[in-house]
Design a protein. Structure first.
Ligand code: AKG
Ligand code: FE2
Length: 290
């Protein structure tokens, strides 16, 4: 069964694993997510800013920041255990045919005010300075998939409450936009990019604990409406043999805090130590440059 997951991810850029996490763990995660979100609204430990100043916000990153868990260390441990959960990593490792490397945690939530249908995009457009650069990145990943049968990354979205808020265009991780798709994603200064007419789009229907994982170079978007309650945990991984990207998502120097990995299981410790080994030089360089 799990072999089919790799095939499907390579071909479609997308997999769905029903009930990857059991109900009681999802229930716990909901409590943790709510706790982190309420702290974040009062002050994001990364920059001191109050999330509540942006009632239209829809995402926070780095739920594994220890500042969210003062006096509740066991909750942080539970989050780290989910990131490195053997069942989760089995899926990711099987799809990668390689060791998974942690990248980051995110929480998507409904805004407190307003709503938007979400912008169609490919994540490579956000990390490129020009369309030429984006096309180069995209082509390199397509070549990796076609020539080596390997992908470099996965975003695994685990619904904590029922969600129909994510859409993906299956196969679009291998194919550049058609004319109609490009029109929606980019034309006229992106003014059509929240269109509901994207050709090939499939909406994911997730129950709590269901994991929808996709290649972020494919066409996708979320949906964010104040009246559609949303709590989705996203775990992002890259393949060990793929490029390690030094950016906001992997900048997690708190992992070096003494005791950060105390009390986690040996497997989880090993998993985060691999992440620390990969990025500690980057974090130190950033610290030294201050
Ligand atoms: O809200 C979603 O499901 C989409 C998230 C997304 O597009 C992203 O993380 O880049
Ligand atoms: Fe995205």
């Amino acid at each position: 069964m799990i072999l089919d997951l790799r095939r499907q991810y390579l071909d479609e850029g997308f997999i769905f694993v029903r009930r990857l996490l059991p109900a009681e763990r999802v229930q716990r995660l909901r409590v943790h997510a709510e706790h982190v979100l309420s702290q974040w609204r009062l002050g994001n430990p990364e920059n001191g800013k109050q999330g509540i100043d942006h009632p239209d916000a829809t995402v926070l990153r780095h739920l594994n920041h220890p500042a969210y868990f003062e006096g509740r260390r066991d909750w942080l441990v539970e989050i780290l255990e989910i990131v490195a959960d053997p069942k989760v990593l089995e899926v990711v490792g099987e799809v990668f045919d390689d060791e998974p490397l942690f990248r980051c945690t995110s929480l998507f939530f409904n805004p407190l005010e307003h709503g938007k249908d979400g912008n169609w995009h490919r994540d490579c457009q956000f990390t490129s300075k020009s369309e030429d650069e984006e096309r180069e990145k995209f082509a390199a990943e397509v070549a990796r998939i076609r020539n080596e049968g390997r992908v470099s990354g996965m975003q695994m979205q685990i619904a904590l409450v029922p969600s129909e808020d994510s859409e993906y265009v299956p196969g679009s991780h291998l194919e550049w936009d058609s004319e109609d798709q490009y029109f929606i994603r980019q034309a006229d200064g992106q003014k059509h990019n929240s269109s509901n007419l994207m050709p090939g789009a499939a909406r994911m229907h997730q129950e709590p604990g269901d994991a929808a994982a996709f290649h972020a170079f494919g066409l996708h978007r979320g949906r964010y409406h104040a009246d559609k309650f949303r709590r989705t945990l996203m775990l992002t991984y890259t393949a060990m043999s793929a490029a390690h990207t030094e950016d906001y998502f992997t900048f997690q120097p708190w992992c070096l805090d003494s005791g950060y990995l105390d009390d986690v299981s040996p497997g989880t410790k090993k998993f985060f130590e691999r992440f620390i080994d990969a990025y500690e030089p980057y974090w130190k360089r950033q610290e030294n440059a201050k």
